[in-house]
Design a protein around this ligand. Structure first.
Ligand code: ADP
Length: 274
């Protein structure tokens, strides 16, 4: 009888333990959901005032340019760069909220990647110019076509080029390469900046991860950009990886994407180019 009682007691203990564990999991999921909801609301609330501020800045720019006072133009340039950074942060926050609710949808179309490179570089021009970085382009001579969401690819590449500019001391060099290799399109962004330690090469793609040691001291940001890059590239059937010889020796980020499989009617050069 005693051993039967002990067995029953043990069963109750196990049941209580499982119930507690289940309750803890439900609470964790609930607080995760509330965090996502809070981030989404925060991002929306921060986004709303940015649109009129941006419009105001371009009106000021149009009014100031004719007066060509270099001090005013300098202040405006600074405000535009800061505004650009803020818009990027808030957009990243919105995307993270969308991703955790499974709400990002791609609008795919045949795209020529050289044009995507141009658009991404144009978006980063103020940042690259302010840091006086040199830019080197090594683009395939033949067009390279993929089927992708244009805005999302410009975002991916803009993020990588923006990071290259951000994590490279002034006057560095950023190289953007585009080619087709082994049946895939390959984009590489290389910088001469602070580099990445070997143990961080895969971790930098995790959400909220920033390297905080001396050489790669954080430059602001939330540690969201690369996790979005990876997510968006994977949604396109692509891959992304980071390489670096080590701290202070620069970094290279490599994105590969499937080439457009069949020639698009009326779109020349969509066959495989390798
Ligand atoms: P954020 O730039 O907002 O911190 P990211 O997700 O874009 O977030 O990058 C994560 C971390 O990876 C950065 O904080 C930085 O430490 C490191 N990193 C990203 N790009 C580079 C680069 N080109 N060179 C050196 N470190 C980089």
């Amino acid at each position: 009888v005693r051993s039967a009682l002990r067995a029953r007691e043990r069963q109750y203990q196990i049941r209580d333990h499982l119930l507690l564990q289940e309750r803890a999991e439900v609470e964790l999921r609930e607080s995760d959901r509330r965090k996502d909801e809070f981030l989404a609301t925060l991002a929306h609330e921060l986004r709303n005032p940015l649109a009129p501020l941006r419009t105001g800045l371009s009106v000021l720019r149009a009014m100031v340019l004719p007066s060509s006072d270099p001090r005013l133009a300098g202040v405006l340039g600074m405000m535009e760069r800061q505004m650009g950074l803020m818009v990027r942060l808030v957009d990243d926050l919105l995307d993270v909220a969308r991703i955790s609710r499974g709400k990002i949808e791609l609008v795919r179309q045949p795209l020529e990647l050289r044009e995507v490179v141009d658009a991404a570089l144009e978006g980063c021009a103020p940042m690259i110019g302010a840091a006086r970085h040199g830019v080197e382009l090594k683009l395939a001579h033949q067009p390279i076509w993929v089927e992708a969401d244009r805005a999302r690819l410009v975002q991916v590449l803009g993020n990588l080029i923006g990071n290259a500019a951000k994590y490279t001391p002034d006057g560095g060099r950023i190289t953007v390469e585009l080619r087709s290799r082994e049946g895939r399109a390959e984009l590489r962004v290389t910088d001469t900046g602070v580099g990445i330690a070997p143990e961080m090469l895969t971790r930098v793609f995790d959400m909220y991860v920033q390297i905080r040691d001396g050489a790669s001291r954080t430059q602001g940001g939330l540690g969201l950009g690369l996790s979005l890059v990876r997510r968006l590239v994977e949604m396109h059937g692509g891959t992304v990886a980071a390489h670096s010889p080590g701290p202070d020796e620069g970094s290279t980020f490599v994105v590969t994407l499937p080439l457009l499989p069949v020639p698009a009617p009326g779109v020349p050069g969509t066959q495989r180019t390798d």
